[in-house]
Design a protein around this ligand. Structure first.
Ligand code: ATP
Ligand code: MG
Length: 557
């Protein structure tokens, strides 16, 4: 069989959509599954889209079907080729290869012709009412709407007016084409919905060829039918649209009949997940672009250091259901830890450096010490790291007056330096403001790591880097961008809920072997967590690391 996706044949958990597909294949209703991922190119993709991408691609893949990437570009005002390119890059990076690459705008002529079919059948009419008038006469959930005074135009009149709409004779909002269904239908979507509007705007794909554009609810079913999509999977808010979806397919006399199925969208704790809001964060410069590592965009997650595999595993684990839920963002962290556990080099980095002078270590001596690259994966081998008279440790690993159970350095105490020796603190120096700026320690040559020394034990092990050879590095530490979990999707106040500590930048040091690190290399810094070399701000002489996730988690899957 074809193995086009990142992990072809991977078995995904069962879900209700998969069961439907199984039945349809068994009963012969469909012979090959065709799905699509249909983003509107009006922003960058986010982790919610990743759920939909994994679902559509993996479903088709599992049943030897096809998946199209189709841009739902029917709204010229908000769409842009920058978004088209980013979406293609993100889907490919996630590990999926589309069969067809399509644009809804390529079907504008066919959509127009299908509207003519509706007009000729007396199922669509040109309305002169304003948008406000149309809204006001729509009725409510409990009250029927009222017919437009233009509803009974003849077919000839409607054909002529629709042609003039296309020809550019009307200004924006002056005329619309509406389906003619039932203004008293209990389903508001059946109350003569607008299917075409006049918009004099340049389109990223069709340029100025059109000044009328189809509405989403009319265009989407046609796009699916034109491509031979069998299972059109969307999120639950489109459930009420399904009868109109079927109406369009039937009345436009489309030879292929796709079926729409809805599932619950992904919501994550402490996360805004709507392109509109994410765009607002970008436009108001609350973040460093769509790929800011705090953003839940695919590009943000990638820059932060999440791997495609961890996102795919996450998408599978959360599953596909019809019930509303909010997923704990810690679950995503779980999957990146799992993915990097055996792959990432474990190394030492000091984020908030405090200098230590080892007073009994020979002045000009440098020795190379052996260190494991990954204690859980011996196949990753060992490396040699320099050690000499001056090193850096974390400021937090020393306290002048420690509380009970503090096992790190304090005057008179001894600790183990990871991969090196025991050192004992004898003295410290403070600056004018009373900050400790330097420790004086002695080391015990007998206690070398790996030497089998059993003379005595110490309770604390701390990390360090050799001061002379260490490479300066910037560490960017992240917290959730949004503080409040309770915020509803439509609340306008999320910008007021931004976490002021979502980004903290500190300057420290890493081992000298990190000089050769490349953008997107991933490391575990001992006792800190997993980090990714930032692709945007790293230069040949300035290393920048993004914290992907800390080591510890209270989250249990
Ligand atoms: P947003 O509301 O974030 O702007 P959207 O639904 O308007 O998203 P589209 O570009 O229309 O964005 O979405 C493309 C596909 O992704 C659709 O099929 C949509 O249902 C799906 N999708 C969007 N958001 C989510 C989500 N949070 N969870 C699962 N699927 C999603
Ligand atoms: Mg949308």
């Amino acid at each position: 069989m074809e193995t086009k996706n990142a992990e072809a044949n991977v078995s995904t958990p069962s879900n209700f959509i998969k069961n439907i597909v199984n039945e349809d294949l068994k009963s012969g209703k469909v012979s090959q599954v065709v799905t699509r991922f249909p983003p509107e190119p009006n922003g960058y993709l986010h982790i919610g889209h990743a759920k939909s991408i994994c679902l559509n691609f993996e479903l088709a893949d599992e049943f030897k079907g096809r998946t199209n990437l189709r841009f739902d570009d029917t709204n010229p005002v908000k769409e842009d080729t920058e978004y088209v390119e980013s979406i293609k890059a993100d889907v490919a990076w996630l590990g999926f290869e589309w069969d067809g690459l399509f644009f809804a705008s390529d079907y504008f002529e066919e959509m127009y012709n299908r509207a003519l079919v509706l007009i000729r059948k007396g199922l669509a009419f040109v309305d002169d009412q304003t948008a406000d008038e149309i809204r006001e006469t729509r009725g409510t959930l409990t009250q029927p709407g009222t017919n437009s005074p233009h509803r009974d135009r003849t077919v000839e009149e409607n054909l002529a007016l629709f042609e003039r709409m296309r020809a550019g004779e009307f200004k924006d909002g002056e005329r619309v084409l509406r389906a003619k269904i039932d203004m008293s239908s209990p389903n508001i979507n059946f109350r003569d919905p607008i299917i075409y509007r006049v918009v004099h705007a340049h389109h990223h794909n069709t340029g100025d060829a059109w000044c009328i554009y189809p509405m989403y609810a009319y265009a989407h079913p046609l796009e699916d039918a034109i491509e031979g999509v069998t299972h059109s999977i969307c999120t639950l808010e489109f459930e009420d649209q399904r009868p109109f979806y079927d109406w369009v397919i039937r009345e436009c006399e489309m030879p292929n009949v796709p079926r729409q199925y809805e599932f619950a969208r992904l919501n994550l704790t402490n996360t805004v997940m709507s392109k509109r809001k994410l765009k607002q964060l970008v436009d108001e410069k609350a973040v460093d672009g769509w790929d800011d590592p705090r953003m839940p965009t695919i590009s943000g997650l990638r820059r932060r250091g999440y791997t495609a595999e961890s996102i795919r595993n996450f998408a599978r684990e959360i599953g596909v259901a019809r019930s509303y839920s909010v997923v704990d963002a810690k679950m995503l962290d779980h999957f990146i830890r799992e993915d990097l556990k055996l792959k990432a080099l474990r190394t030492m980095g000091v984020l908030n450096p405090l200098k230590v002078v080892i007073t009994n270590y020979p002045e000009d001596q440098v020795e190379m010490l052996e260190a494991e690259n990954n204690s859980e994966n011996p196949e990753m081998g060992n490396r040699m790291i320099p050690f000499s008279r001056e090193i850096y440790i974390e400021q937090d690993d020393f306290m002048e007056n420690p509380p009970n159970k503090y096992f790190r350095l304090f005057p008179g105490n001894e600790v183990r330096l990871k991969n090196a020796y025991f050192i004992k603190c004898n003295d410290f120096i403070k600056d004018e403001d009373g900050n400790v700026v330097e420790l004086h320690c002695t080391y015990d040559v007998e206690t070398k790591s790996g030497s089998g020394f059993t003379g005595r034990k110490v309770k604390g092990t701390i990390h360090w880097v050799d001061a002379k050879s260490a490479v300066p590095a910037e560490f960017r530490l992240y917290e959730p961008l949004i503080l409040d979990d309770e915020e509803g999707e439509e609340g306008a106040s999320f910008l007021e809920n931004l976490n002021p500590n979502s980004l903290q930048i500190v300057q420290g040091f890493v081992e000298d072997n990190m000089k050769s690190a490349n953008p997107h290399d991933k490391f575990q810094f001992f006792r800190h967590g997993y980090f990714n070399v930032d692709p945007k701000y790293t230069t040949p002489d300035h290393l920048v690391f993004n914290l992907i996730v800390s080591l510890k988690s209270s989250f249990v899957l």
